[in-house]
Design a protein around this ligand. Structure first.
Ligand code: NAD
Length: 316
């Protein structure tokens, strides 16, 4: 019997991940949780309030619901983390420690923890960045995520806890708006284009970053979850991305559909963060070890985003 706890399940990725897991393993196999209360949750999945900074609450939920596996999605992302570094530290570092420790004590089978390109820093090679390289981030988000990667290795090696994860690039999606990351412009730009509004971008026009469309992000997580453990050479250090682009390049793709669409550039503090992140990633370990194979290229992502956002925004 499988019972998966998803933390941070009301976030950009958690919302869609919960639906994907329910479709795959059955609705009764998924328990969603978040520190926030759901406003309206269309997925009809069982919800429980959970603040991951509270270890006792995690332990009780694991015991009461017979949790076998955890997808730990609760986090404070890069831009929010710079506004409130102490909160980012508590949620990302203490929260991840609590999840690992409670999972170990309860004998949970597998813990999935997404990491991020935010673990890299200005001294990391920016092009085709390898999995194992210099990790000296300058944001609190990046620092706490390096901590999470090292904690995961510690729990795997010291306690044989099966901890798995991957380093997501910017994730493009239309269902749940992103919270406050540095790559969010790649989602906001679509909302503006589809609503017929001009867009002011907070990054410079030539800032290339790696990205991926949500369906590929979800399939990657599930694929890694189901992969044979003896094939995995890494713990959370799997780089994954489908493509890289600059704001000017995605603007060009969107203008193929909306020729009237206009963009201006007004870089803010997020430009500095983006400049310390890779422009492209080497994902060969993920491909070889667990079959990472994204299906959406940039053109298909743009077409699908626009089609779906048109449907959603028309009904609002
Ligand atoms: N979205 C991206 O582009 C992206 C890129 C790289 C990595 N990631 C990683 O993927 C994971 C999920 O990211 P996301 O984009 O869904 O983030 P998000 O900010 O959209 O969602 C995070 C969720 O965590 C919840 N949360 C915050 N504090 C909490 C606490 N104390 N206890 C419980 N829940 C709490 C929030 O309410 C929110 O619903 C994170 O680990 C993030 O680092 C995301």
């Amino acid at each position: 019997m499988t019972k998966i706890l998803v933390t941070g399940a009301l976030g950009q990725i958690g919302t869609e991940l919960a639906g994907e897991l329910a479709a795959r393993y059955g609705k009764s196999s998924v328990l969603i949780s978040d520190v926030r209360k759901p406003q309206s949750f269309a997925g009809e999945l069982e919800f429980v309030g959970l603040d991951v900074t509270n270890p006792d609450a995690i332990g009780s939920i694991i015991a009461e619901h017979g949790i076998t596996d955890i997808f730990h999605m609760a986090a404070i992302l890069s831009a929010s983390g710079e506004k409130n570094p102490a909160l980012a530290y508590r949620v990302n570092s203490d929260g991840t420690f609590n999840i690992l420790e409670e999972a170990r004590k309860a004998g949970v089978r597998k813990v999935m923890i997404p990491s991020t390109i935010g673990v890299f820093g200005a001294e990391t090679p920016r092009i085709n960045t390898p999995d194992i390289t210099v990790l000296r981030p300058t944001t609190m988000y990046g620092i706490t995520k390096v901590n999470a990667e090292l904690l995961a290795l510690y729990y795997r090696d010291r306690y044989a806890l099966d901890v798995r994860g991957l380093r997501f690039p910017g994730i493009i999606s239309y269902l749940t708006p992103p919270s406050a990351g540095t790559t969010d412009y790649a989602v906001d730009i679509f909302y503006h284009a589809v609503q017929g509004k001009d867009y002011q971008c907070y990054l410079k026009k030539d800032t290339a970053l790696p990205m991926m469309y949500m369906p590929d992000a979800l399939h990657s997580l599930v694929k890694l979850f189901e992969a044979k453990g003896d094939k995995l050479r890494h713990c959370l250090e799997y780089n994954v991305s489908a493509y890289s682009f600059t704001p000017e390049e995605i603007y060009g793709e969107i203008r193929e559909v909306y020729p009237e669409f206009r963009i201006t550039y007004e870089p803010d503090f997020r430009q500095k963060i983006a400049e310390t992140w890779p422009a492209s990633l080497d994902s060969h370990f993920a491909r070889e070890d667990w079959g990472f194979a994204p299906e959406y290229d940039l053109k298909h992502t743009v077409q699908d985003m626009i089609q779906n956002l048109r449907k959603i925004l028309v009904h609002q």
